[in-house]
Design a binder for this molecule. Structure first.
Ligand SMILES: Cc1cc2nc3c(=O)[nH]c(=O)nc-3n(C[C@H](O)[C@H](O)[C@H](O)COP(=O)(O)OP(=O)(O)OC[C@H]3O[C@@H](n4cnc5c(N)ncnc54)[C@H](O)[C@@H]3O)c2cc1C
Length: 393
């Protein structure tokens, strides 16, 4: 049974980067918050490198700074992104995105996902306002207009006025509450590792759409890039089984020596690609944030950026209601959060999926369309500047 030790104003399920940010955003209140995480505490204290280098927009950096997390991330882990080039097949033509002229600011900053998690976890420990319950996953959840109840894998039951699901794109909490979602397994996987290379990257990212593969190279420290190779899942599994020498030879061949000789600079990571869109971002006494609400395709590098902005919006609405003595799970307030997220993230989610469809198709019509599309965009400064400005928001 849920006693006072098990009863909270808000339970957040998932201490990933979005769940942690949301809990940190609530620190200014006296709300009783529980943060429930399946992984053991030691894993959160020392998050392992997972291959992901997150391209943060300026808006995200501002939020991380407000939360106190930005300054905890070592400067050596922040790699400015000064531009990007999009290439199509063997064509020498490249669509260019550069920092807006005269601003001197980069388009964004790349930070390893584990360093973001580490900084946010440290903030949560320093603030000491949220109760961390690690090592047990949520196995049951129910909700009503009065509140929500969850059961952990150790049998412990917790109740709250508001339950916030931040437990990944394959959210168990979302499923347990019967909130439907579009879950699209794309049949492709992304292989990621860091490589050191001969040629300078000049802090410019390269996205290269080629036949049956997409390669992205994200510039990190001098002479080091993160290499992301998207392949059919079968092909990715085949490469993953190679020893280091064979794997490196395969990468070098597939990269067409764009950065000269390569050497492996980290272990490899594999992500099966799946995009998700929950049909509702709220339900009675429930809200969804981060990937549990919207799981973006990584190609446009916006999943965490959207999650970070949306958790801020939800926290702001909750803190305002709490300050004014109103219900922190007011259904109208939750619906306004849902509308905000739908309107702000919907166009990018759908545009990204169209782009992925166009660039992963081998049909002649799609190949012609992407060739023409890149040239068309290059001659429309508004399109290029619009995308650069969106990254710099
Ligand atoms: C290869 C790759 C590259 C990316 N690059 C970028 C980028 O450049 N820019 C960008 O903005 N985004 C990027 N993203 C997206 C970004 O990584 C995600 O949007 C972000 O991690 C989502 O954070 P989250 O906290 O919502 O979920 P997650 O990071 O998935 O965390 C969920 C947490 O919930 C916990 N959990 C799961 N189930 C349960 C349960 N039942 N009970 C308790 N706890 C549970 C998990 O252990 C985990 O800690 C990338 C993603 C990938 C895969």
């Amino acid at each position: 049974m849920a006693g006072s030790d098990n009863s909270f104003d808000i339970i957040v399920v998932g201490a990933g980067p979005v769940g942690l940010s949301f809990a940190a955003s609530l620190a200014r209140s006296k709300l009783k918050v529980a943060l429930v995480e399946a992984q053991a505490r030691e894993k959160l204290e020392n998050p392992a490198f997972d291959g992901r280098e997150i391209a943060l927009t300026h808006a995200s950096i501002r939020i991380l700074r407000e939360l106190g997390a930005w300054d905890i991330i070592p400067a050596s882990d922040k790699s400015p992104l000064q531009g990007a080039r999009v290439l199509n097949g063997s064509s020498a033509f490249a669509l260019r995105f550069d920092s807006l002229s005269g601003s001197g600011q980069p388009l964004g900053v790349l930070v390893p996902n584990c360093r973001i998690r580490d900084a946010l976890f440290k903030i949560i420990c320093l603030q000491d306002h949220a109760r961390l319950l690690c090592g047990h996953s949520v196995v049951n959840a129910t909700n009503s207009n009065q509140g929500a109840v969850i059961t952990l894998s150790n049998g412990r039951q917790l109740t709250a006025r508001l339950l916030v699901a931040a437990d990944s794109r394959l959210s168990t909490t979302r499923d347990l509450l019967s909130i439907d979602a579009d879950v699209n397994w794309l049949g492709h996987s992304m292989l990621i590792c860091r490589v050191s290379h001969e040629r300078a990257h000049h802090q410019i990212a390269i996205e290269w759409f080629d036949h049956h593969q997409t390669i992205a190279m994200l510039p990190l420290a001098e002479g080091v890039s993160s290499l992301l190779l998207t392949l059919s899942t079968n092909e990715a599994d085949r490469l993953l089984a190679f020893d280091d020498d064979l794997f490196l030879a395969e990468l070098t061949k597939r990269c067409g020596r764009r950065l000269g000789n390569l050497a492996l600079a980290s272990d490899r990571h594999r992500y099966p690609l799946v995009t998700t869109w929950a049909h509702r971002f709220c339900a009675p006494s429930v809200a969804l944030i981060g990937d549990a609400a919207i799981g973006m395709h990584p190609v446009t590098a916006h999943g965490f950026n959207i999650g970070l902005c949306s958790q801020k919006q939800l926290a702001y609405r909750i803190l305002t209601a709490y300050r004014d003595g109103r219900d922190i799970a007011d259904p109208d307030m939750l619906r306004r959060y849902e509308s905000y997220l739908r309107l702000s993230a919907g166009p990018l989610y759908h545009a990204t999926n169209i782009l992925v469809g166009l660039y992963s198709s081998e049909r002649p019509a799609a190949r012609l369309a992407r060739h023409l599309g890149l040239r068309f965009a290059q001659h429309l400064p508004l399109v290029r500047h619009g995308i650069s400005a969106m990254l710099k928001r």
